[in-house]
Design a protein around this ligand. Structure first.
Ligand SMILES: *Cc1c(COP(=O)(O)O)cnc(C)c1O
Length: 428
């Protein structure tokens, strides 16, 4: 080919060649735990990381490897490692960077369970998160100290669909010699490519738009390969000798694939949050239609959000794609293909009206998921954000009078009709 292939081509082809053994055109599900070594020397070289190959499916598997290559390609990164869920990917993104007493700076607007993971669970590891409004760049900078090892944000943030100024955050992270980690789940690489905006690591819950139809849980980390892990002494797991591999230094040995190799050779080997090949297969099939679905999600979300904004029972709609949104200019500048399919609606009738609306919908499903072909709704305050205090709920964009919509790819007029009848029943 004379020109570099476009996104629509790569989402179908990247990482998935015809099967070398059979010619199978669709990537087979390699449902195997182990792989036969050619001989004892081959086995030793694989275990010493002197040769790359398949040993055991906790570490690597050909179906999963195809997905890893596709995701690295679509995000424009050097390498990628898949994990068993989006939440596993988040922990594994932090694991090589953090140690006891280290901290990272996190955006206040995040997926609800991520907030819980960051406030509660990671304390057991001696890590801590400092939450700041990432639009307040001075506050971001002020939160970084000598023990800070990363900045973490979502590109299009849950649940309100807020859009983040990734280049501004990348600049601050760079200045302090720490990586910016972007959770790109709600945008997908079709709407946002964080690495091109300066991010070091991109994490995804593949459970959502990438698979696209609510069939599997999975996660991935894509590494830009651009961060200099040896520039300072903050990242010894990557820059210093690894005792479990006879003193091998990951950055010195693997260069721009250091983070990726560490994620497999230490991360999956010892922590085992492995993606299974069936889930990888479903996700590969989902990604084949990613751009087509995202275009429709965006078009439908625009139409539904614009209709809701004018409805008398509605107090506010957060969709960043609306001309009335305070984020409208940022969307045009950084997210020109659209602001995704996720937003919240505040009802004048408060908590009770939200519950009645959710119970009255027929086409929308009441589920704790997003990024499905089907339209979904959830009342965050009584479900996903239930563990948070009322102040934290409001800060996270999940106040009691707010419902979150994930707009699917159905006929938008049918979605509007369903919302109309449910709002009538919900009352004002
Ligand atoms: C769903 C989600 C996660 C968690 O992913 P799982 O696959 O459910 O573990 C993390 N971040 C965002 C933005 C999500 O939407």
């Amino acid at each position: 080919m004379t020109k570099a292939p476009g996104f629509d081509t790569l989402q179908v082809h990247a990482g998935s060649r015809p099967d070398p053994a059979t010619g199978a055109r669709q990537t087979p599900i390699y449902q195997t735990t182990a792989y036969v070594f050619r001989d004892a020397d081959h086995a030793a070289a694989l275990f010493n990381l002197q040769e790359v190959g398949y040993i055991y499916s906790r570490l690597t598997n050909p179906t999963v490897a195809a997905l890893q290559e596709r995701m690295a390609t679509l995000e424009g990164g050097a390498g990628a490692v898949c994990y068993s869920s989006g939440h596993a990917a988040q922990i594994m993104a932090l694991f090589p960077l953090m140690g006891p007493w280290s901290n990272f700076v996190a955006a206040t607007v995040l997926y609800g369970v991520t907030v819980t993971q960051f406030i509660q669970t990671i304390r057991r590891f001696g890590w801590s998160a400092r939450f700041v409004d990432t639009d307040d760049l001075a506050a971001v900078e002020a939160a970084i100290d000598g023990d800070t090892r990363a900045v973490f944000c979502e590109s299009i943030a849950n649940p309100g669909g807020y859009v983040t100024d990734i280049p501004a955050l990348a600049k601050i992270a760079d200045k302090h010699g720490i990586p910016l980690i972007v959770d790109n789940t709600s945008a997908t690489p079709y709407l946002c490519r964080p690495i091109e905006m300066g991010a070091t690591l991109v994490v995804h819950s593949m459970t959502k738009y990438l698979t696209g139809n609510g069939t599997v849980t999975g996660g991935v980390i894509v590494d830009s390969g651009k961060f200099d892990w040896s520039a300072n002494d903050k990242f010894p797991s990557l820059s210093q000798p690894e005792p479990a591999y006879h003193g091998l230094k990951f950055h010195e040995t693997f260069g721009n694939l250091a983070f990726t190799f560490h994620g497999i050779a230490v991360g999956l080997r010892d922590l085992g949050m492995t993606l299974n090949p069936q889930a990888a297969h479903y996700t590969l099939m989902g990604i084949e239609t990613l751009s087509l679905r995202m275009e429709r999600h965006v078009a439908n979300a625009m139409k539904v959000a614009a209709w809701l904004e004018k409805h008398p029972a509605v107090e506010a709609v957060t969709y960043a794609g609306l001309p009335s949104s305070p984020w409208h200019d940022r969307v045009a500048r950084l997210y020109p293909k659209g602001a995704g399919g996720l937003f919240t609606v505040a009802l004048k009738g408060g908590y009770d009206a939200c519950v009645r609306m959710v119970d009255s919908l027929e086409l929308f499903s009441h589920v704790a998921n997003l990024g499905d072909t089907r339209s979904l709704i959830i009342h965050s305050a009584s479900t996903t954000h239930r563990q948070l205090t009322p102040e934290q709920q409001v800060a996270a964009g999940a106040a009691p009078n707010v419902v979150r919509l994930s707009i699917g790819i159905e006929d938008p007029d049918d979605l509007i009709a369903d919302l109309g009848q449910a709002l009538d029943k919900a009352g004002g």
